[in-house]
Design a protein around this ligand. Structure first.
Ligand code: FAD
Ligand code: MLT
Ligand code: ZN
Length: 470
């Protein structure tokens, strides 16, 4: 007797892929290993994981479909914008039991017209910072946050990491620019406060909650942003200084006395020499200096003389150069902004991003080099950052990527000095083990309660920010 041929069940991963193709269109479910590769490794090359697929939704409805599909299949979802994050939060890490899907937001790139009366704009979360800047500058505004990864970093990624950057001293971080947003929760429901208003005390403020949530609570699809007045005239000065404490004091003085001060960045001799080697930019001074302070001023009128006068009267300045023209300013900024890529060119760096009380910054600089040398003799340490917030980046070349001794040494010192283990890049996968030492047991328990309420199956970015379970 002939049997009836049994219908073989479809492979669950293939079933998931079919549903994802139905959700966003077959051309936007990327499964080819070579195509997936750039989405699977982070900017630092320290974190990597295999994704079943990269999906590229083009609307909030498509994001909902992707999340509902992944929830049904038990797949983890890693939201990804420009993949410029530096803490391993934007790529799969293999911690999830089931398949991992990267949800790329790069097609969510609507730019709505600027509301010139309010000085506000609504944009898609996949819009890059550079595109946002160009859009709002065409209407005579500027955006309050700026950072070196502007050509790739997206609005959604910047909200999810609460990005800081070079203008925090004047405008605050990303959270301070965010008036409203639209975001899709793990179960496919949508929280939406658009446009959102400055004066809005109507219940819990989801924009504040999702700023800094690192893709663990929701996928942000649109944001309504506060804009700042454009200041058309700029000048940049680079100062060579012998003492870190004097550089810190000068930045603090100028912040109080010179409202035109827009940026104050600190870096050091090792970093300057590294950038000069890698980036082929001109040496700004005849000689070398232990520390460098880069200052930017802006205004309606040319602030070059103002900046030059302030520097002339300052203590501890051993050399100075001031640039008012665009090319000269860009040359000076390159010396600071190209630290990240110059360090990356040396190898896979251990990158820490800490803040300490400004009054303890000089002490941190002196001690961190000793502590790193103790943890990993012979390694190279590069320090640079945003001086007014006590925020220094510590880039270390030498130890193997999975040897965390230097990371622990830097973060131990930071906590001892009363600082933050994550000033602007987030906790990511890199610093999960340090969250409780910094925030305390009760804070982390409250964070877990929020996570469990909004994402009970731990589907969104597992392994980032919080350890699963508990
Ligand atoms: P991604 O790297 O793609 O993702 C970062 C995190 O956000 C991940 O956890 C991801 O899951 C989550 N995420 C992304 N999009 C969404 C979304 N739509 N919804 C929910 N979660 C999402 N950072 C600073 O703060 N200040 C600086 O000065 C600075 N300078 C940098 C300079 C360079 C050269 C580089 C490479 C990086 C720099 N960064 C800086 C770090 C990085 O640019 C920021 O963290 C940025 O905010 C990341 O944006 P992204 O779109 O690349 O996000
Ligand atoms: C910066 O300020 O340059 C960054 O935040 C990036 C880095 O830490 O390298
Ligand atoms: Zn920074």
């Amino acid at each position: 007797m002939r049997g009836v041929a049994a219908c073989s069940p479809m492979d669950p991963n293939e079933e998931l892929l079919q549903s994802l193709r139905a959700s966003v269109g077959p051309g936007h479910v990327l499964t080819d290993a070579d195509v997936r590769a750039t989405y699977e490794t982070d900017w630092t090359r320290r974190w990597h994981g295999d994704a079943l697929a990269v999906v590229r939704p083009a609307s909030a409805d498509e994001v909902i479909a992707v999340l509902v599909t992944c929830a049904a299949a038990g797949a983890a979802v890693i939201a990804q914008g420009g993949n410029t994050g530096l803490v391993g939060g934007s790529v799969p890490r293999g911690v999830a039991a089931g398949p991992q899907v990267v949800l790329s937001t790069l097609r969510l790139r609507d730019l709505e017209p600027v509301d010139a009366i309010a000085g506000e704009v609504t944009v898609g979360s996949g819009v890059t910072l550079a595109a946002l800047q160009a859009h709002v500058r065409a209407s005579g505004f500027d955006f309050g946050v700026d950072l070196g990864a502007r050509d790739s970093a997206t609005v959604g990624g910047m909200i999810a990491t609460n990005a800081g950057g070079i203008h925090v001293l004047r405008h605050g971080p990303m959270r301070a620019q965010l008036l409203g947003l639209e975001a899709v929760l793990a179960d496919g429901s949508v929280v939406r406060r658009l446009p959102g208003m400055v004066k809005d005390n109507t219940g819990y403020h989801f924009p504040s909650l999702l700023a800094g949530s690192e893709g663990t609570l929701a996928v942000i699809t649109r944001a309504h942003l506060h804009l700042v007045a454009s200041k058309p005239r700029r000048a940049v000065a680079l100062l060579g200084m012998a003492q870190v404490a004097e550089a810190v004091a000068l930045a603090g003085d100028l912040r109080r006395s010179m409202p035109e001060l827009a940026a104050a960045e600190l870096f050091f001799d090792e970093g300057m020499e590294l950038v000069l080697r890698h980036a082929h930019v001109d040496r700004p001074f005849g000689g070398r200096h232990p520390a460098y302070l880069l200052l930017e001023a802006d205004g309606e009128t040319d602030p070059t003389d103002l900046l030059a006068d302030a520097i002339t009267q300052a203590n501890g300045v051993t050399d100075a150069v001031v640039a008012g023209d665009e090319a000269g300013r860009a040359r000076l900024w390159a010396l600071r902004e190209r630290h990240t890529e110059a360090i990356g060119a040396e190898g896979v760096a251990h990158k820490l991003d800490v803040a300490v009380p400004v009054s303890r910054l000089a002490e941190f600089v002196a001690r961190v080099r000793r502590d790193v040398e103790g943890a990993s003799p012979g390694s190279a340490t590069y320090l640079y950052g945003h001086v007014c917030e006590g925020n220094l980046h510590v880039g270390i070349i030498g130890p193997a990527p999975d040897d965390e001794a230097v990371d622990d040494a830097v973060l131990r010192l930071t906590v001892e000095l009363g600082g933050s283990v994550s000033a602007e890049h987030g906790i990511g996968a890199a610093k999960v083990g340090w969250l409780e030492a910094d925030r305390g047991v009760a804070d982390v328990a409250a964070m877990r309660a929020i996570k469990r309420a909004l994402d009970p199956n731990w589907m969104l970015n597992p392994g980032v920010l919080l350890r699963e379970g508990g």
